[in-house]
Design a protein around this ligand. Structure first.
Ligand SMILES: C[S@@+](CC[C@H](N)C(=O)[O-])C[C@H]1O[C@@H](n2cnc3c(N)ncnc32)[C@H](O)[C@@H]1O
Length: 359
């Protein structure tokens, strides 16, 4: 089974990904520092590549900041490359890169490409990239390590606040192993593409000591899917088969393969800096200020619908009335948040890791 086809397209992801932008914005100063100081030998294009660009709003905004920082010090051509799965909806990205009557970048000699392919393989020519980046994407797994996850819909298990369901330690270990293998594949592919001295920035949602980005979101989605099960809209077997193919890593899990003495990745990359951080979420802050629970429930549900719906559809594709089921699940989820917002608190925990390609 395919794990995902990408996010919900037609502008829906772009309209509902402000938290991902906030998580990205936290590490933009790191990138700007690098753009100002990076050693840039040669005279060809300076190449910047983003892996997991989705519909492009956040990806183009990152590139605009980086292009401005690079253009301040160099007249060389700049190439921005935006990569995602071949099934991703690239149409918004292509429009953003070619806006009607204008241009995407306030600089001359900027050229852009979209590339379809999995980020867990090499996608670009050897030694051709100066800065490689990924934002809120590497948590998506390359494959489903288990056929079934019968007790819950997410590998990291339910939150402590709302312990409906269960994921065993052995089940969780299978996902942790897959995530580790994926991270190694990703880093090896980027190592092949980066020029010596090039930079790799990994930013991703994940798990802190107490809070995890999955809490709240998947508790309410799990409750809504269980509502569908109880209403006879899907079978117990279908519930057992369905899970979101995403894993929330800790910062230690992201750093581990780069810090193992003598390992391949420790030989390929030097660690510059890393940070675990929490970002304020705009719809949570608005709710805390204005108490408008209906607006909160809608913004919250649209936010996670944008990155969960495709996998839900793929998992439950053999359902007799998939459209009705999908409609029901997200309607129920929104209703549940509206009725009991305290049951599903949401916190965005993210981490950034900056690495230099040795050589
Ligand atoms: C939550 S979105 C993040 C989009 C954007 N980077 C942002 O921060 O708003 C995750 C993206 O990762 C992409 N993705 C998931 N698995 C992928 C893979 N194996 N290769 C490339 N992209 C992948 C999805 O298609 C999706 O566009």
């Amino acid at each position: 089974m395919q794990v995902t086809k990408g996010m919900v397209g037609h502008g829906f992801y772009d309209s509902n990904s402000a938290p991902q932008w906030e998580a990205t914005a936290h590490v933009l100063p790191w990138l700007e520092e690098i753009a100002a100081a990076l050693d840039l030998p040669g005279s060809g294009a300076i190449t910047l590549a983003d892996f997991g660009c989705s519909e492009g709003r956040n990806s183009v905004a990152v590139m605009q900041r980086l292009v401005a920082a690079l253009r301040a010090r160099s007249d060389r051509p700049i190439h921005t490359i935006h990569c995602d799965l071949p099934t991703n909806d690239f149409s918004g990205l292509l429009h953003r890169l070619n806006p009607d009557g204008g241009r995407a970048f306030e600089a001359d000699h900027v050229y852009s490409s979209a590339v379809g392919g999995t980020m867990f393989r090499q996608l670009l020519p050897p030694g051709s990239v100066q800065i490689a980046m990924t934002f809120n994407a590497i948590g998506f797994l390359s494959r489903r390590p288990l056929d079934h996850l019968p007790g819950y819909i997410f590998p990291n298990g339910p939150s402590d606040l709302n312990p409906v369901g269960h994921v065993s330690a052995a089940e969780q270990a299978a996902f942790a192993q897959q995530a580790d293998a994926d991270l190694r594949s990703f880093a090896n592919a980027r190592a092949a593409e980066l020029a010596p001295g090039g930079k790799l920035l990994i930013e991703v949602f994940g798990a802190g000591e107490c809070l995890r980005t999955c809490d709240g979101i998947y508790d309410v989605l799990n409750d809504a899917v269980l509502d569908a099960l109880n209403a006879g809209m899907l079978t117990q077997e279908a519930y057992a088969r369905y899970y979101q193919p995403v894993y929330m890593r800790t910062l230690e899990e992201v750093l581990f393969p780069f810090g193992q003495a003598g390992s391949e990745l420790a030989g390929l990359f030097a660690l510059d800096r890393s940070e675990l951080y929490e970002i304020p979420v705009s719809f949570v802050e608005a709710f805390n200020q204005n108490g408008d629970v209906a607006a909160y429930a809608k913004a919250y549900t649209d936010f996670f619908r944008a990155f969960t719906e495709t996998s839900l559809r793929l998992n439950l594709a053999d359902n007799a009335d998939l459209e009705a089921l999908v409609r029901y699940v997200y309607t129920r989820a929104e209703q549940r948040v509206r009725e009991t917002p305290d049951r599903y608190p949401f916190n965005y925990i993210a981490m950034g890791v900056m690495l230099t390609r040795r050589g």
